[in-house]
Write a protein that binds this ligand. Structure first.
Ligand code: PLP
Length: 441
């Protein structure tokens, strides 16, 4: 078995804390280029006063732009991203692996919005994709297909064909059946498919069960014990080129131990809370090896670079709890309901009134529709709130539940706010539906 490259999917835990947010994202180096936004609204011509999100004169700003100005221009709920934070995060992640042959492949499932993909493509990033739809987004955003790795347990033959035609770097194959399908598709097309197996190291990542991916009862990857036989079979297939080995043990992992454990079972590993410690460990393992490392960070690059801007509609005192009913809901941001994710919630305008404890909830008809529970806030109806760390698995997981149009998205580049996705209209929600034929009445 010969691995010409080693794909170690990796990323860092979701750094929800203020301390983590304030860490290595503050270099203030906004990208020089602009994204292809649908429109640009120039809200503020001051030079960027802050990098990322910070209070200026009692109001939360995104770089040099006041969030109340964004809300006035684009309405709420609205996702707002800081281009400087996205850029700094990419450069920080890429930079710590300097000296080791590597390629950062942004796991775009975290945030597949075209302008975000475009930004990372311009920074030189590759992409970790999980569907033909994501491949189409890489192409539409001008990304380099030669830097794309394709993960996922259920790729269709059509998706494989499209990815082969696009010339992607590697398929991360997750089963024996997928190997046979891929080989057949490549044979039919008269080409050879580049492959790595996603090996499941059976390590407990000590994270939420929904985002643990490397346990033996997980649907992901192939068992470590089966890997040799699969590589041997792949090496014998004329339409397959073995390129590497891949693994991913989960998301939001806050300790190094599971990585150490996984790394001891395989020469590849993934993300952790402290990027420097993670990089040091990777460096130790890979420094003297000749394989190229592919890293697949998602939330580490985009998680802290976005906020969900929302307005308080109703303040409702209750017998045991107070509720702040806001105009964003679980359809916009499902992470708190889905896996108890904790997001900081900050008022856009700081008030001197006494704070009270609130559950910040949406208008959806579900008890599970909340964005934050039991938070101390000084707020009134009509106030704007910023739900922090909303750049990853936020807009990407949004839905139209309760017939709610999806939020708009805005990218701040220091001086200007660019609309990168306009708010959906109610009419658009009906666009793919058909009424009953008249004869069935
Ligand atoms: N790579 C693979 C194969 C994944 O399944 C995931 C997340 O599910 C990621 C990368 C990105 O993880 P994260 O966003 O936590 O960095």
């Amino acid at each position: 078995m010969r691995h010409q490259g080693t794909a170690a999917s990796g990323a860092e835990g979701y750094r929800d804390t203020d301390a983590a947010r304030a860490s290595d994202r503050q270099s203030g180096d906004a990208a020089a280029h602009d994204v292809a936004g649908a429109s640009a609204a120039f809200l503020d011509h001051r030079p960027a006063a802050v990098s990322g999100f910070a209070y200026v004169d009692g109001e939360l700003n995104a770089e040099g732009v006041r969030l109340s100005a964004v809300a006035d221009e684009f309405g709420t709920p609205c996702y707002v991203y800081s281009q400087a934070m996205l850029t700094d995060a990419y450069r920080a992640f890429d930079g710590v692996f300097a000296g080791i042959p590597h390629l950062v492949c942004y796991a775009m499932k975290a945030n597949p919005t075209l302008a975000i993909v475009d930004l990372f493509a311009r920074l030189g990033s590759g992409f970790d994709i999980v569907s033909g739809g994501e491949l189409a987004r890489v192409i539409a955003a001008g990304g380099d297909c030669g830097k794309v790795v394709f993960s996922g347990v259920g790729k269709s033959d059509a998706e494989m064909e499209d990815a082969l035609a696009a010339g992607i770097l590697c398929f991360n194959v997750e089963s024996a059946s997928e190997l046979e399908h891929l080989a057949a598709v490549a044979r039919r097309m008269g080409t050879r498919a580049p492959l790595s197996f996603r090996v499941n190291p059976d390590v407990d990542p000590l994270t939420h069960p929904y985002i643990a991916t490397g346990l033996k009862d997980s649907k992901f990857g192939v068992a470590l014990a089966d890997a040799h036989a699969l590589y041997r079979r792949a090496a014998q297939m004329p339409s397959i080129v073995v390129r590497g080995i891949d693994m991913h043990i989960g998301s939001q992992i806050t300790e190094l131990a599971p990585y150490r454990e996984a790394a001891s079972r395989m020469l590849a590993l993934v993300d952790t809370l402290a990027i420097d410690a993670y990089a040091a460990m990777v460096r130790l393992l890979f420094e003297h090896r000749r394989e190229r490392l592919l890293l697949e960070p998602g939330r580490w690059l985009v998680g802290d670079a976005g906020v969900l801007l929302t307005r308080v509609r109703v303040v409702k005192p209750g017998a045991t709890r107070n509720f702040a009913v806001v105009d964003a809901a679980m359809n916009d941001l499902i992470r708190p309901s889905l896996y108890d994710a904790w997001h900081a919630v900050d008022p856009v305008h700081q008030r001197s009134d006494a704070a009270r404890r609130y559950d910040v909830v949406g208008p959806i008809c579900e008890s599970g529709d909340f964005l934050a529970l039991d938070r101390e806030l000084a707020i009134a109806e009509g106030d704007l709130l910023a739900v922090r760390s909303a750049g990853a698995y936020a807009m990407a997981m949004s839905s139209n539940y309760n017939a709610r149009p999806r939020a708009s998205e805005v990218l701040i580049d220091g001086r200007a706010a660019h609309l990168i996705r306009r708010r959906e209209t109610v009419a658009e929600l009906h666009a793919h539906e058909l009424r009953l034929p008249a004869t069935s009445r």
